[in-house]
Design a protein around this ligand. Structure first.
Ligand code: C2E
Ligand code: CA
Ligand code: CA
Length: 747
């Protein structure tokens, strides 16, 4: 039968599972009839390919499909190599050779030709026999032989051939339709496979590669030839956590598929991220035939994802996790703490005076400081603890693993110390502090939001306690903070409603008994709560930023009072205003004061600003700058509460200060305590050396005054001379020369 094959193009064969060819479709090879009549498939191939052909059949039987099998078809001339693809179709095997256009009618032409040839040869035979005999007997012999048997046989054969031809045509038509669909599907599948941007690997059930597509080669660098027959392992040892790959195969075995991220390796050895799908492909009977593994290279996607994650979950300035990621981590940490590892602590860190740096040195400086602060805090916490920046100057730390109270306080202390170190911002040395609130889980809150809120509350308590310290949360703190919040709104309202006024208290020169100046002290006449002392609301106003507004009110009011006094009572009147830390730090204080003086037509000497020792020492450069600007405008400065902070002579020398006010805690017992007496005497000796005037605060008794005179104080202020009072009450007590008449109600 091999000679019936010409060297020609495509062929489609339908075989049964035993490799018996049941139909041959569209071949324009001259296929003989017996071939369509159950020939063994192996016979179609030349001896060199028979073994391979059997392998192909085996593979198709076992795995349902085979691709890219090159077999030599037996033929009259040289064996013709054809590329076969095979698939199981129902209970048959469909083999498709890479087909070229074919002419199915040639099959029928061929068959008709055979039939007519046979008929013709029979006719010729009978004529020949008739011609040769010439005699009656011979003719009878011949014709009886021909007409009766041969012709009947011939007709019968002809009929059979015609019927067979019809039947074949019918079958072929039917199969052609079937296989057209299948062939289209198979080719489509193949085309899809090849043209897919995703790498596709088809393996047998032993995970041996039977096909890979072009995308696979493009992505990995491995060619099809290198892969065919190798076991596809999904990944290489060491690329994944132990058990990862096994877990994938386990899931595929259980559910039929797996999908997820899985690192791959290129031929060059480079790893790359893949989005991988592994599917098990069973045959009709449910038996596992193949695995189809497809994946895409998600390197770019990962980069995009990373970038997006950085933007969405990390603070672009400090590169620390942001609020969103922090909350997620807190939630997870709390869930884990609930399950096994026990309590955790949440630290809420707020930088003290950061706003001042930001306002005075600019945002770039502020940003620089935040970055350095972030790195310093980072260095104070364990790797396992998560640090985040919530925004502004707020940071949080989640301390895992049941930290003890002393562990937590130790970390807080470390952070505060680290933040206290000077920051070098553009060549300028800046100092700030940190206040830390601590909330514990589960004691101080079982929900993330509650825990954050309570740590925040504790942070506020730390700030109220003088900053640069840490505080544990307690429910009582919450009430405190709530009260403070209420006060803030009331201060704002009070400013609008004119509930704030200034009282004046004289500072008296000890030698001549004349009033040197009047200190303006702020009073809040609350409509419901009555008069509220400044100690009660100044720190709250300072915290909330309202102090700037309040401070401007004080300056405006003090300048107004000085003008009134100068015009109708005491032409030399000088009024001292207290300036808070935040006011001093905010840009524009000096300009504002000078502007107000100008507006009222007053000289700078009508005003004195009082700043505390600790305020100026925390940023001496800035303080010197502001005070110098004021000094140029004739405004004097006093260092308030002197002795309560730490200051060096050198620092004092740098500041343009006229007065040093000794804190009343030293004055309080100066007449009974040798120690207080010697402190004040040392201070005045030093101050006089610098050319400063000494003012003793809080003088209530004659005894104190005696000692103060002895140790060289220049002036004094206190109930002994006059309580702070309104301008209206003060006016009748003041002489035009500044002499103070003792009021009857003045003890
Ligand atoms: P300070 O600047 O040290 O003001 C002196 C305080 O001592 C005043 O308290 C005054 O009433 C009180 N005082 C005066 N003589 C005596 C005395 O003989 N014995 C005693 N025990 N106390 C005396 P006040 O008015 O309650 O002010 C408290 C603090 O509030 C002030 O301390 C100052 O730091 C702050 N403050 C007051 N007014 C303002 C203001 O307008 N702005 C700012 N930023 N702070 C202010
Ligand atoms: Ca003062
Ligand atoms: Ca004072």
């Amino acid at each position: 039968m091999s000679e019936t094959f010409a060297s020609n193009s495509g062929v489609a064969l339908v075989c049964n599972y035993d490799g018996l060819v049941t139909e041959v479709l569209w071949d324009d090879l001259e296929v003989s009839a017996p071939l369509a009549d159950q020939s063994h498939m192996a016979c179609l191939f030349d001896p060199g390919s028979v073994q391979k052909a059997l392998g192909l059949i085996m593979q198709v039987k076992e795995r349902g499909a085979a691709f890219g099998w090159e077999l030599n078809v037996a033929g009259a001339g040289n064996p013709r190599p054809l590329n076969f693809e095979a698939a199981v179709v129902g209970n048959r095997i469909l083999l498709l050779a890479s087909a070229t256009p074919h002419d199915e009618s040639r099959l029928y032409d061929g068959l008709s030709h055979v039939i007519s040839e046979q008929i013709n040869s029979l006719r010729a035979l009978s004529k020949h026999k008739a011609g040769r005999g010439k005699g009656k007997r011979a003719e009878t012999e011949l014709s009886s032989h021909f007409t009766h048997e041969m012709f009947r046989d011939m007709l019968e054969l002809n009929n059979r051939l015609v019927n067979a031809e019809r039947e074949l045509a019918r079958k072929n038509g039917e199969l052609r339709r079937l296989s057209a669909v299948l062939r289209k599907d198979l080719h489509l599948a193949h085309r899809v496979l090849q043209s897919s941007g995703e790498a596709v690997v088809v393996t047998d059930h032993d995970r041996r590669v039977v096909d890979v597509n072009q995308a696979f080669t493009a992505i990995t660098g491995f060619t099809k030839a290198e892969q065919l027959g190798t076991v596809h392992a999904l990944g290489e040892p060491g690329q994944h956590p132990v058990g990862f790959i096994d877990a994938i195969w386990d899931q595929v075995a259980r559910t039929g598929s797996w999908q997820g991220e899985c690192t791959g390796r290129r031929k060059g050895g480079e790893s790359f991220p893949r989005w991988l799908t592994v599917s098990a492909v069973p045959d009709d009977s449910g038996a596992l035939r193949h695995y189809v593994i497809n994946f895409s290279d998600i390197t770019r996607l990962k980069h995009a994802e990373e970038r997006w994650q950085r933007l969405a979950f990390y603070d672009s300035l400090t590169h620390l996790p942001n609020r969103v990621l922090f909350k997620d981590r807190l939630q997870q940490a709390m869930a884990r703490a609930r399950r096994d590892i026990g309590p955790l602590a949440l630290l809420f860190i707020d930088l003290d005076e950061f706003k001042i740096v930001n306002d005075s040195l600019g945002h770039d400086a502020g940003d620089q400081l935040l970055c350095i602060a972030a790195r310093r805090i980072e260095a104070c916490v364990r790797q396992a603890d998560s640090l985040a920046r919530l925004g502004g100057d707020e940071f949080t730390v989640i301390m895992h693993g049941s930290p003890s109270e002393s562990d937590v306080l130790h970390v807080c202390e470390k952070i505060i110390q680290a933040i206290n170190l000077p920051f070098d911002i553009g060549g300028q040395s800046v100092r700030i502090g940190a206040s830390i609130g601590i909330a514990r889980f589960p004691n101080d809150g079982s929900e993330p939001d509650t825990l954050i809120k309570n740590a925040d509350t504790a942070m506020y308590a730390a700030k109220s306690a003088g900053r640069n310290t840490s505080r544990y949360y307690s429910p009582a703190l919450g009430e405190d903070i709530a009260r403070q919040l209420k006060v803030k709104t009331q201060i704002a309202q009070g400013l609008q409603r004119g509930e704030f006024t200034l009282e004046l208290q004289p500072v008296v020169d000890l030698a001549g008994g004349l009033v040197r100046s009047l200190e303006a002290l702020l009073r809040w006449n609350h409509p419901e709560r009555g008069p509220i002392a400044p100690d009660q609301f100044i720190p709250i106003a300072e915290d909330s930023g309202l102090i700037v507004e309040l401070g401007e009110f004080v300056v405006r009011q003090a300048v107004q009072l000085a003008r009134e006094l100068r015009s109708d009572t005491w032409p030399q009147a000088r009024v001292a205003v207290n300036v808070s830390r935040r006011q001093l730090a905010a840009p524009g204080l000096a300009d504002f004061i000078v502007g107000e003086l100008d507006r009222c037509g007053l000289p700078g000497s009508a005003l004195i600003v009082e700043v505390t020792e600790s305020m100026v020492m925390s940023d001496i450069d800035h303080a010197a700058q502001v005070l110098n600007r004021l000094r140029e405008a004739g405004v004097s400065a006093a260092i308030d509460d002197f002795g309560t902070g730490y200051s060096s002579l050198n620092s004092l020398r740098r500041l343009p200060v006229e007065f040093l006010k000794i804190d009343k805690t030293f004055v309080a017992d100066v007449d009974v305590s040798r120690e207080s007496e010697s402190i004040i005497s040392a201070i005045s000796a030093m101050a006089h050396g610098l050319g400063l005037n000494i003012v003793a605060e809080g003088v209530e008794r004659q005894g104190q005054l005696d000692v103060l005179l002895q140790v060289g104080c220049d002036s004094a202020q206190g109930y002994w001379f006059a309580r702070p009072m309104s301008l209206d009450k003060l006016r009748p007590l003041l002489g035009r020369d500044g002499r103070l008449r003792k009021a009857a109600e003045n003890p």
